[in-house]
Ligand binder design. Structure first.
Ligand SMILES: [Cu+2]
Length: 255
């Protein structure tokens, strides 16, 4: 039985490599802090240097204005920055390094987050089929059980295979940083992990008709044991043998 060793998922949080690992919430949080820190740093340097120069070259009483001549800047003249453009070169290089590394880092991080299920290779996870319709969501479990409430075990990676029955919808759980298209005839994959126990709400993020704003569904993150018990008692509508060993269902659900 696979479930037995599904205590926690071997997800590294934070440290380790440069690219953050962990749940979507943790990854997006890290992106946020890195951008905030770099933005503040650049802002402090730029505004600080500007204020410094404004003060250094301020008007002083009794000062004679510079005559038009060698050193006086003309309108439309490109400043060399003095010292053969050294400062200009330095600031451009620094900006380029910051911007390029930020792009590379963010891209690597997003590649990880947008993977179908980063944990599918090395950990047990649950796969749920999600279908959007006017106006609601339907969740189908591996044993065929169909429900309007998304129940998942805590600390387990949940892979969602999202599609739509009619028009374009968009599946999202804001607190878990999950959002993906629900398009008829197409399946998009996304995933999330929640420490739970907790309750969330699924919303539709694609204007899809008059009932769009009512297109919600509850998400219940349950303790693993409670989930196992609940799942054992579900009857798959498509299951060939609904009364078959619940053990098999659980194993199926978690692989
Ligand atoms: Cu919708």
């Amino acid at each position: 039985m696979v479930w037995a060793h599904t205590g926690t998922i071997p997800l590294q949080t934070g440290g380790g490599g440069i690219v953050p690992r962990g749940s979507r919430v943790e990854v997006f949080q890290q992106i946020y802090w890195v951008f905030l820190a770099l933005g503040v740093l650049v802002g402090v340097v730029v505004i600080g240097y500007m204020v410094y120069n404004a003060y250094k070259y301020r008007h002083r009483d009794g000062e004679v204005p510079v005559e038009k001549g060698d050193d006086h800047p003309e309108l439309g003249e490109v400043p060399t920055g003095g010292g053969k453009g050294g400062k200009l070169f330095l600031s451009l290089t620094l900006s380029a390094i910051i911007v390029v590394s930020l792009i590379g880092w963010t891209y690597g991080t997003l590649l990880y987050v947008e993977e179908d299920s980063p944990v599918s290779g090395d950990a047990e996870h649950l796969t749920v089929e999600v279908e959007g319709y006017q106006f609601g969501w339907s969740f189908t479990y591996p044993n065929g059980h169909e429900t309007g409430t998304l129940r998942v075990p805590a600390n387990t990676a949940v892979e969602l295979r999202v599609t739509s029955r009619d028009v374009f919808h968009n599946f999202g759980i804001p607190q878990l940083n999950v959002k993906t298209d629900a398009v008829p005839g197409q399946t998009t994959d996304t995933w999330f992990v929640s420490e739970g126990p907790a309750s969330y709400t699924v919303n539709c993020y694609e204007l899809c008709g008059v009932g769009h704003s009512y297109m919600k569904a509850p998400v219940e993150v349950m303790p693993a044991d409670d989930y196992r018990q609940w799942y054992a008692n579900t009857n798959g509508t498509n299951a060939t043998n609904a009364s078959s060993s619940s053990q098999a269902d659980i194993t199926e659900a978690t692989t």
